[in-house]
Design a protein around this ligand. Structure first.
Ligand code: UDP
Ligand code: GLC
Length: 382
């Protein structure tokens, strides 16, 4: 099976890291077409996945764009569509991994006569998208896609509520190789020492810096915790959210937490950094479509506290393999941090159980097989 994957981003966000694992088994039978250059292209190359940057200009439409920018971008994407049509003729199907890839992929699938698969990584609701954007996405999917792979039940439900066709959609979770999350103890203690965090209770937060990812909630919670609790924020403003980064730093200063909040920026050593943590916090204020970081923390054997909404509710069972708190409620988060500080044996057991169950439930080989079976059916039925 030969697959042309399309993704609009040059940056390695969660959807892109998921795509990396899906494309890998296809080797030279895959081509990833990107609409922007960046570190994601390098990551694909390091993993021997064929990649081409197909666009030289960024497409000027955002999740909140209205009808006018959407229409005016059509002229801009024509050369890109031509490139995709040309490439698609050598592949069995087009696999769109992001919304702009869906738009380009849908039109190209018509001209190249190749089936279109859309991997839905988003919750298609007005909390995340403008009305125009939602309407365009649902219409294109309903008319052009042969299959929608939703990254969670929550994403599937939002798709159906927005008017998506029920017979198109299948839920497939992100897959992970558990062995990538096994970390050497010595490496962990060295890292902890290098970060100057020995003898501290470390609450890690792993996400791009963006208002809806809610890093400010963790900072608020920290101000309600005892002084040996430290927040380690791993991630960068991947999509230009520099105002939010400024706000976060101002908040830290205003609350006098300069010595208790570490901003580490974007890092590639996530398993090692998670292993340094005593607790991993997920604080999204809008429903998280899936939440890779939640599963990754589990695979590292760490207790995770997550915002109770969206896909996170399918991953975490409160008090069993982690903790759930009301989104946006820093007091609840502070209370969980406090309880974890007091009950080290209980949280170690929770982390351990989370590791074992997550390594079975999200095994990358099983999940890739599931996807392959779905794709085979699409090709057979075209
Ligand atoms: N991540 C990373 N380096 C960082 C911060 C995050 O590699 O500095 C990774 C993280 O390990 C996870 C992904 O980025 O695999 C984020 O995916 P998630 O589904 O949690 O959120 P998204 O940003 O896609 O909404
Ligand atoms: C998107 C979502 C995130 C999900 C990831 C992988 O980036 O925001 O919740 O985990 O895709 O499916």
């Amino acid at each position: 099976m030969k697959i042309l994957f399309l993704d609009q981003s040059g940056k390695p966000g969660g959807a892109e890291l998921c795509l990396l694992d899906i494309a890998k088994p296809y080797g030279q039978n895959a081509l990833v077409g990107l609409f922007a250059d960046g570190d994601f292209r390098k990551l694909l190359q390091e993993n021997q996945i064929p990649v081409e940057v197909l666009a030289t200009q960024a497409i000027k439409v955002s999740k909140q764009s209205g009808l006018f920018p959407a229409l005016s971008s059509l002229g801009q994407i024509t050369p890109l569509i031509n490139q995709v049509v040309h490439r698609a003729k050598k592949y069995d199907l087009i696999y769109a991994n992001t919304q702009k890839a869906l738009v380009v992929g849908a039109i190209a699938s018509f001209f190249a006569r190749r089936p279109l698969v859309y991997h839905l990584h988003d919750i298609l609701s007005q909390e995340h998208f403008s009305k125009t954007n939602l309407r365009v996405a649902i219409n294109l999917i309903n008319r052009c896609a042969a299959l929608v792979i939703a990254n969670s039940q929550a994403s599937k439900t939002a798709f159906l509520q927005a008017g998506g066709k029920p017979d198109l959609v299948q839920v497939v979770y992100n897959g992970f190789a558990a062995k990538n999350y096994e970390v050497d103890e010595l490496e962990v203690s060295n890292l902890k020492e290098n970060l100057g965090l020995k003898d501290k209770f470390i609450v890690g937060h792993f996400s791009r810096l963006s208002p809806w990812k809610g890093q400010h909630i963790l900072i608020d919670a920290l101000s309600q915790c005892q002084k040996n609790v430290i927040a380690m924020l791993v991630g960068d403003a991947l999509f230009g959210e520099y105002e939010y980064v400024k706000d976060l730093h101002q908040k830290v200063t205003a609350l006098g937490l300069e010595n208790r909040v570490k901003f580490l920026g974007f890092r590639a050593d996530i398993p090692q950094l998670m292993a340094v943590c005593d607790l991993v916090a997920h604080t999204s204020t809008a429903p998280e479509p899936f939440g890779r970081v939640i599963v990754e923390a589990m695979l590292c054997g760490k207790p995770v506290v997550a915002a109770q909404a969206g896909g996170a509710m399918e991953l975490v069972e409160d008090g069993v393999n982690g903790f759930l708190v009301t989104p946006g409620e820093s007091q609840e988060l502070a209370a969980v941090i406090h309880n974890c500080l007091q009950a080290s044996t209980k949280i170690a057991n929770i982390g351990n159980y989370a590791r074992i169950s997550a390594s079975q439930r999200f095994d990358v080989h099983t999940i890739n097989q599931q996807i392959q079976e779905l794709l085979k059916l699409i090709i057979l039925n075209k």
